[in-house]
Design a protein around this ligand. Structure first.
Ligand code: SF4
Length: 449
């Protein structure tokens, strides 16, 4: 069980020496209870207290890292059930699966295409995080182990991103791992039949190990056995073919880890998104929201991956810090020097409202996005983050005058009050006041510009 702040305080030296960076031992204890401080910050905790505190100072969901030079997927370390309580920290890694039976060249082509896929969303490049290679040979013959090793090699040749090796046969997975060096892969999966060999394999290759069982009780038993053999980097595989029960299981596991500090299930979850007719997209979307650490897609298709990446980006942001777009000058519909210059803030919803309306109208424009600390137009204006000085500085900073033949800038109708000050800041520019709502921009542009 997690200890409360008062329980932790009782185990501290109570000298209030401040060396931990907090004014009192009680303040430090409260931070420890909230998982916002490390026990090691206090140099005076007795060995006996350390032992008792070890459990409560560990994150309730273990952090698992699957990595290779230059790339890392981290899962776990989450502290809340609901995003609005605080935030979700480690975005679930999205992996695309290939099968050994597809053959070397097909694997290279598929992995290469998915690896190169990139979406620029509000100024951030979104990509898949890695690949899963499945040993789908029918038997456990040396030939199928060899085929798997060849498949892993082919995947590794086509991507530098982390890998998950999928299969039941430790010999095949071992052959695959043997082709990799200097990386921490994830093995899928240990079950009641193969867990000892799989645990040894994972330990030997510094890999994490997904553990699979038919019920939560069996899963908890198995993770304890694996942990007993000295492997703690564990990932959970929950079994349910249906979406509703799967959601219930995921929620139960998260709740047990966070609310009851139930260590045998305090690990991230891996989800396989499978099924035609769009079922895979629903499974993956549900897993992004609640509560996967790793998601393996059965196929790669831009129309499948794009919305999942965007959904994940939106959920794994701090709700107290709005998503912002990069302050810049954005070109909409191939603007020409005579096209109008529009100004707005860098709150992503504001940016997309304006950009989408103008783009949809087919009218060309230069859209200047000011750094307003991610606030919408009115909020930023009220907070002093979107004023004439800032707008003028942005227009000058991006050398907008060099791009246009007519110095004419349109400010949002909500800040019409700034037009006088802006004229003073930009004396050689014509200042126009646009509509209050983005939806009215196309009509305004057609009639007034
Ligand atoms: S360093 Fe330890 S003893 Fe000193 S104030 Fe912090 S918790 Fe208390």
């Amino acid at each position: 069980m997690a200890l409360s702040g008062i329980q932790i305080y009782k185990l501290l030296p109570k000298t209030n020496c401040k060396e931990c960076g907090f004014p009192t031992c009680l303040a430090f204890a409260m931070k420890l209870a909230a998982k916002q401080a490390e026990l090691s910050a206090c140099p005076y905790v007795s060995e006996e207290s350390k032992k008792q505190l070890a459990d409560s100072s560990q994150p309730p969901i273990r952090l698992i890292s699957v990595k290779v030079t230059g790339y890392e997927v981290r899962a776990g370390n989450e502290t809340v059930m609901f995003r609005h309580e605080k935030t979700f920290f480690n975005r679930p890694g999205i992996f695309v699966k290939v099968k050994a039976s597809e053959g070397e060249e097909a694997i290279k082509a598929k992995v290469g295409a998915a690896d190169a896929f990139k979406v620029n969303y509000v100024g951030i490049d979104l990509t898949v995080d890695g690949f899963a290679v499945e040993a789908d040979g029918a038997d456990a013959s040396p030939g199928s182990a060899q085929a798997f090793a060849t498949a892993v090699k082919a995947a590794r040749a086509a991507t530098k991103r982390p890998l998950i090796l999928v299969g039941k046969d430790p010999a095949a997975l071992g052959a695959g791992l043997g082709t990799l060096s200097g990386e921490n892969a994830l093995l899928y999966a240990a079950n009641s039949a193969n867990w000892e060999a799989m645990t040894e394999l994972a330990k030997q290759h510094h890999a994490s190990l997904a553990v699979s069982a038919e019920s939560l009780d069996a899963l908890a038993d198995l993770t304890e056995k694996v942990k007993g053999k000295g492997l703690e980097d564990i990932v959970l595989d929950l079994k349910s073919a249906k979406l509703g029960p799967y959601l219930a299981l995921s929620t139960q596991v998260r709740r047990l880890a966070l609310k009851s500090n139930f260590r045998p299930l305090g690990y991230p979850v891996i989800t396989f998104a499978e099924g035609g007719d769009g079922r895979d997209s629903v499974v993956a979307a549900q897993a992004i929201a609640k509560y996967a650490g790793f998601i393996v897609l059965d196929r790669f298709a831009p129309e499948l991956v794009y919305p999942l990446l965007v959904l994940r980006q939106n959920i794994y942001t701090d709700p107290q810090k709005p998503i912002q777009v990069q302050p810049a000058i954005y070109e909409i519909n191939n603007p020409k020097p005579e096209s109008p210059v529009l100004v707005t803030t860098n709150f992503s919803i504001t940016y997309f409202s304006v950009a989408n309306e103008v783009e949809g109208s087919g009218l060309p424009a230069w859209l200047v996005v000011c750094d307003a600390e991610g606030m919408s137009v009115l909020t930023a204006w009220a907070a002093g983050k979107f004023d004439a000085e800032r707008i003028a500085k942005t227009i000058k900073g991006f050398n907008v005058a060099d791009k246009v033949s007519r110095k004419r800038v349109v400010i949002p109708g909500h800040v019409a009050v700034l037009s006088g000050e802006l004229e003073a800041e930009l004396p050689d520019w014509e200042i126009r006041v646009g509509p209050r709502e983005a939806v009215d921009l196309p009509a305004f542009m057609k009639q007034a510009l």
